[in-house]
Ligand binder design. Structure first.
Ligand code: 5RP
Length: 235
């Protein structure tokens, strides 16, 4: 089965977490996009009604509009019942790396504001130890080279050997990637994060760091699309 089919399986199973009259945080990325389209279909065929979405990115807002999912602005949402979002890595304690799509700040705000965060992934995202994929860190453009140096120091102090901290950019590297919030992303190749909590604490303490892609103690359920099946894991 292709990864796309695994993602679709996970997204389909996530619909079970949706109920009529709920406000739902809509994550970003290809798996979350599938969920949003399925949610739109469920609203259209009457399986669900009166669901409102709070998007975590401009792209997700566009997908939701196309799919017919009514949106409300985050500041109009008195309560977010559930957030459904993808991840780049998930470990056995449901600790996540997110942000390959550059939406980690809004994703984290919505995940933390939700009563329940549900992660939808294909099985390649499950890892024993976080860190094989880059850890994205969203930073203010002002002084970003200074911030990058501080991030390098924070990572080495947390046991990462020679991390590679790079500005995310387009194509030939001439244009920095700009997040929906107007920030830069520094992608940190770490290979292995043996103490994600220490990394998170050190990154958070750096002026210029807006947010980092470690989601610790946030997800309460992980839905894994597999070859033949789908697996719903709960903490
Ligand atoms: C975007 C994210 C995505 O949720 C993450 O990158 C997973 O994406 P996909 O479902 O396309 O594999 O964190 O910032």
């Amino acid at each position: 089965m292709s990864l796309a089919a695994q993602k679709a399986r996970a997204a389909q199973a996530a619909l079970e977490f949706g109920e009529s009259h709920m406000t739902t945080g809509l994550g970003s990325g290809s798996t979350a996009d599938i969920f949003v389209r399925l949610l739109g279909a469920a609203l259209e065929n009457g399986a669900l009604e009166n669901v409102k979405g709070v998007p975590t990115s401009e792209n997700t807002a566009r997908v939701a509009r196309e799919a017919g999912v009514p949106l409300i602005a985050v500041d109009q949402a008195a309560r977010i019942n559930v957030a459904i979002d993808g991840a780049d890595e998930v470990d056995g304690r449901f600790r996540l790396i997110k942000g390959a799509g550059g939406c980690l700040l809004r994703e984290k705000i919505i995940a933390h504001a939700s009563d329940l965060m549900v992660v939808v992934v294909d099985e390649t995202k499950l890892v024993e130890t976080l860190g094989a994929t880059d850890l994205p860190v969203e930073v203010d453009p002002f002084g970003f080279t200074i911030t990058a140096g501080k991030i390098y120091e924070a990572l080495t102090a947390s046991g990462v050997t020679r991390p590679d901290v790079r500005l995310r950019s387009y194509g030939d590297g001439a244009n920095p990637f700009i997040t929906d919030g107007g920030h830069y992303i520094l992608d940190c190749a770490c290979q292995r994060l043996s103490d994600p909590e220490a990394v998170a604490a050190r990154l958070t303490a750096i002026p210029g760091v807006v947010e980092h892609g470690l989601f610790l103690n946030t997800a309460r359920a992980v839905i894994v699309g597999e070859e033949e099946d789908v697996c719903v894991l709960r903490l």
